[in-house]
Design a protein around this ligand. Sequence first.
Ligand code: N2P
Length: 377
Amino acid sequence: MKPLPSSLSKLKRALLTSAAVAGVAIALTPIAASAQGVLNIYNWSDYIAEDTIKNFEKETGIKVRYDTFDNNEILHAKLVAGKTGYDIVVPSSNWAAIQIAGGLLQKLDKSKIPNYKNLDPAIMGSMTKLDPGNAHIIPWLWGFTTVGINVDKVKAALGNLPMPTNPYDLVFDEKYISKVKSCGVSFLDSASEIVPTMLHYQGKYAYSRNAADYRDALPALQKIRPYVTLFSSSGYINDMAGGSICVALGWSGDINIARQRAIDAKNGNKIEALIPPGGGVPFFDTMAIPADASNVENAYKFINYILKPEVHASLSNKVFYANPNKESIKFVKKEVAENPSVFLKEADAKKLVAVDSVPNDIRRTITRIYTSFKTGL
Ligand code: N2P
């Protein structure tokens, strides 16, 4: 090799020396930072406390990217398309069942989740129907699809008509919804929430395998369609809090978030999540690791972190959904623990429809019925 001209070789020497000196820093700093790596999470909107991710990052050195969705259909489509780039996803258990069958979620190594022991065995037992052996999914939070109201606005809109005993009448019975339309009615924008709830209202099994039950639900849905003023699965929280809608077919915790935001804003809107006396339609949202996740070890660290009693409690305290962590209850604020639409009284819990999954052909029927309802076509 031709010797380098002396000025160049001096420069090279200088570079090598400074690299050797700086090398300690260059070699160690980035490796130390990236050794902990990253974690990509895809969760529901309004479903976490402000400090959950911050504390996890501080505790582990892992850098989190956190994205949100607001219905199962969106998450499912992403998982089916593949290469989501996510390491943690949070499907409802009945959707997870389809994803498990399709090989889209990893089998969990429970030895990597020491806090698994904190989970309530009764809840875990009920989940084995959809995830045999609790092999793939760990519950995040749970709640139910129900009706939220702005108490004074609904009273005013109903006029002489007394409040129905069954809150679902407010949204599914033309007699009521035609009245409350004047103060704004919002429905969740999700086929798998609206259609099964209508079946349940009609006295059918919410997860019926009989396509005729779904076809029968369509005329009832079409009848009330003109009175639905908004379809929303997340924005309705602020609309309720602010008073631009007075009735929402929504999720129990979200309605309680709206209640809290109205209290904090001192705007006089009294929001209430109603508990259907005939039982509501519950959901269990669950943490899972996609089959093609890149940061699996970090995903385990996150699952284990969420299962710490004080962390799980902090989620319930913030978003008003019940958690499945039996050790967390002592960290749940008294007013949240005693809110009957968050941690249901036993009599109400018993009446909930047990979560089930439906086969693909029924899922397609549900989508068709919903689209036809929503678009009027
Ligand atoms: C999050 C609501 C999730 C409940 N805002 C529905 N699975």
